[in-house]
Design a protein around this ligand. Structure first.
Ligand code: F6P
Length: 393
């Protein structure tokens, strides 16, 4: 994609609205009619490492290359559900030092679709109009949304409904957004899970135990298979491959027969129990059951079948936190720059992707339809099998 500052068009109506926030107050010292365009950015869905690197890249590219203004919308679309909306201007100094920071300076939300938004009385309400009204009042000429497949679908629907020029950036530790080989946050999550597995070898060996490491990933086993191979796990269970308990027991017993007194089992959170049901942690709030607990379920069964002393580690939100890996920073930076360039070229309803060692852009509609599960014929499954790792089948 070529940067094309010449496409940035001056719109006097936008100029006038730039100088005011919704409640009539200036948004900041830079909120003067000096910019040619004003774009919005928001983060949506579960947080992950690298979101701030993407925000920083968007701000740098928009301001330095195109002399635009950037408005950050807080808490995803929730920031547009209030009057005045929760927004803030993002200047270069506002993103200074955030490259290495985990989370998102804008906040995010991963519950409640605007089309049926939960109300305090237990009912749901379509709040689309409120969101679109707030958006229009901000005088934005385009919106960049950083989200996973679910968030990007919602944002696209909103954008189409409100005629909002929209560009998407894929992020999710689950790495399940279609077409792109990498989404922001995945690399860091794999690093964290791998480091955990690395550490567990020693304690497992010291006590002759079977330790199960439960990792996130929602319905996809990308984190499990990547960290499991990288961390030298004995068994990796992913939702894409149904398991049989006796196969897992066989591997653990085989290890013992070979003189290896411990085993490490990596299990993705969406792996089902023996009755083929998802294991859900119903205490997680916001009205949605969250996956979690399969590690414990399997640990008990493995202990029954093999007699092994088992322990369980649920890595949970640790996988989303902390300093982004260099690869996530690179991906996020490249995505941020490319997304702003798409806005400059007025190429909307697109998503930036990582493919064939470079950033490309694809129709958003195709990206969100094309869910990316672990490829059962792919390199990682072949590698795991080639290493003698038990995949439960
Ligand atoms: O989609 C990212 C993710 O971390 C999943 O891997 C996990 O199942 C889910 O979000 C957890 O969501 P929450 O932050 O609401 O507990």
């Amino acid at each position: 994609m070529q940067a094309n500052p010449g496409n940035a068009r001056m719109n006097p109506r936008v100029f006038r609205s730039i100088a005011r926030s919704l409640d009539g107050q200036p948004l900041g010292p830079d909120a003067t009619p000096s910019a040619t365009r004003r774009i919005g950015v928001l983060t949506s869905g579960g947080d992950c490492a690298g979101l701030n690197a993407a925000i920083r890249a968007i701000v740098h590219r928009a301001i330095v290359t195109y002399q635009w203004e950037v408005v950050g919308i807080e808490q995803s679309t929730h920031g547009l559900m209030t009057h005045p909306p929760k927004v803030r201007q993002l200047r270069l100094e506002d993103v200074d030092g955030i490259l290495t920071a985990g989370g998102t300076i804008l906040g995010t939300a991963n519950y409640g679709t605007p089309f049926a938004y939960p109300q305090p009385d237990g009912t749901v309400k379509d709040v689309t109009e409120t969101i679109l009204e707030s958006y229009q009042k901000l005088g934005l000429s385009a919106l960049i949304g950083i989200g996973g497949d679910g968030s990007l679908s919602i944002l696209r629907k909103l954008a189409l409904q409100g005629n909002i020029p929209f560009v998407g950036i894929p992020k999710t530790i689950d790495n399940d957004v279609g077409i792109t080989e990498r989404s922001i946050g995945f690399s860091t999550a794999v690093n964290i899970a791998t480091e955990a597995i690395d550490r567990l070898h020693f304690t497992a060996a010291s006590h002759s135990r079977v330790i199960l490491v439960e990792v996130m990933g929602r319905d996809a086993g990308h984190i499990a298979i990547s960290a499991g191979i990288a961390g030298g796990a004995d068994v990796i269970l992913i939702p894409e491959i149904p398991y049989q308990l006796d196969k897992i027991a066989e591997k653990i017993n085989h290890n013992q027969a070979l003189g290896k007194n411990y085993s490490l089992v990596v299990v993705a959170e969406a792996v089902r129990n023996e009755d083929k049901e998802a294991v859900v942690n119903s205490s997680a709030g916001q009205g949605q059951g969250r996956l979690g607990g399969i590690g414990q379920v399997l640990a008990e069964r493995i202990s029954e079948v093999t007699g092994a002393d088992t322990r369980v580690i649920v890595l949970g939100h640790l996988q989303r936190g902390g300093t982004p890996s260099p690869f996530d920073r690179l991906t996020a930076s490249a995505f941020g720059v490319a997304a702003v360039d798409l806005v400059a070229q007025e190429c909307y309803d697109r998503m930036v992707t990582w493919q064939d060692r470079q950033v490309k852009d694809v129709p958003l509609a195709i990206a969100i339809q094309d869910y990316a599960a672990v490829d059962l014929d792919g390199t990682l499954v072949k590698t795991a099998r080639g290493l003698g790792i038990c995949l439960g089948d």
